[in-house]
Ligand binder design. Structure first.
Ligand code: SAM
Length: 334
């Protein structure tokens, strides 16, 4: 049985990508930020954005046609939706997602080369080498992850009431540490991530007033010194960017960081694929994103994840959630 209903209209809609590219480009160029203060005529707006005048006029008119800009005489002004969602700094800003998508677009354009060579199509590594791209991507992930974290708690997927010390491995900007600390008053977290994420995490944790309960450790997880004293290790959206050997190494290290007294657990949160690797569908598509971006990662099946956890020494490995959930949890006890 298929959940996707393929009709001629649906196929046609796949070809209607021009407005998408137009809007992504306008956000990446910060058209709406430039217009935040006052309306501007095409020559001044083009000049501020470094665009050629004739091309820029076509561009601004198309954005007006899409009702993101209004045209008042010869001047352009932000429409209400652009003011609310596309001006950097506004409370409902969605630009990080769109700028991250714009970045991904260029890499996806090299899909044919990736399919022929099997090789990654990006020179740099986003999280390590490109702080600006990493910032947009991490804040985009944060925006989507926050409601998901709360939903997991609402669904009773994890109960950390009895937990005291959580390691948030590759914790990004601190989304899960913050949501979990708010929900479970006895919990303290240590978040490990690279410099760009660590700086953003410190800011989010400070804004949440949780500096006394969430510590940020900056560096490569493999290299930083950590005490073997955690009773839970949270590994969210990390394994999909690594190969099998790197994941087995990671889980061996995680095992060694859990309190040797026992009772600790690892919780993996990621796309968890059915054994035929086609469901959940977003996970199958995401595997191509990993091929394009880092060449080694992909979405893994429950069997593969369980295999690494078993080999690392974990017991009672279980999956929480199923193929109807975009992401599931896999847990293992020390
Ligand atoms: C896709 S983001 C996920 C962020 C967060 N855990 C979440 O699920 O929303 C992956 C994060 O893991 C970090 N990461 C991956 N491998 C790492 C390593 N070896 N050491 C430190 N951080 C790592 C990246 O820098 C990035 O911030």
């Amino acid at each position: 049985m298929t959940a996707i209903s393929w009709t001629p209209e649906r196929f046609h809609s796949l070809a209607e990508f021009w407005p998408t590219r137009l809007v992504l480009e306008s956000v990446a160029l910060n058209v709406y930020g430039e217009l935040a203060e006052r309306p501007l005529a095409a020559p001044e707006l083009a000049d501020r954005l470094g665009l050629e005048m004739r091309a820029a006029t076509l561009f601004f008119d198309a954005l007006a046609a899409l009702e993101l800009l209004h045209k008042k005489g010869e001047r352009y002004v932000n429409c209400a939706a652009a003011k609310r969602y596309l001006v950097p700094g506004s409370a409902d800003y969605v630009g990080h997602e769109l700028i991250a998508a714009q970045d991904a677009w260029d890499v996806w354009g090299r899909l044919p080369a990736a399919l022929r060579s099997g090789e990654r199509q990006r020179e740099d590594r986003v999280f390590e080498d490109d702080p600006e791209a990493a910032r947009h991507l991490l804040l985009a992930i944060h925006r989507r992850a926050e409601p998901r974290a709360r939903e997991m708690l609402d669904r009773g997927w994890l109960d950390l009431k009895a937990r005291r010390r959580m390691l948030d491995l590759g914790g990004g900007v601190g989304t899960y540490s913050i949501v979990f600390c708010r929900a479970f008053p006895s919990l303290h977290c240590t978040l490990v991530d690279r410099p760009t994420a660590a700086a953003l995490a410190r800011a989010e944790i400070s804004a949440a007033d949780l500096e006394d309960r969430i510590e940020v450790v900056e560096g490569e997880f493999e290299a930083v010194e950590l005490p073997p004293s955690f009773d839970v290790v949270w590994v969210s959206n990390v394994i999909h960017s690594r190969d099998a050997t790197a994941n087995l190494d990671l889980f061996r290290r995680v095992y060694g960081l859990l309190d040797p007294g026992g009772g600790g657990e690892v919780i993996v949160h990621d796309f968890v694929m059915e054994e035929d690797r086609t469901r959940p569908a977003p996970g199958a598509v995401f595997s191509l994103h990993m091929l394009l971006n880092n060449g080694v990662g992909r979405s893994y099946t429950f069997g593969e994840i369980k295999g690494w956890l078993d080999a690392a020494g974990f017991k009672e490995v279980e999956r929480i959630g199923d193929h109807r959930d975009i992401h599931s949890l896999v847990t293992g006890k020390r």
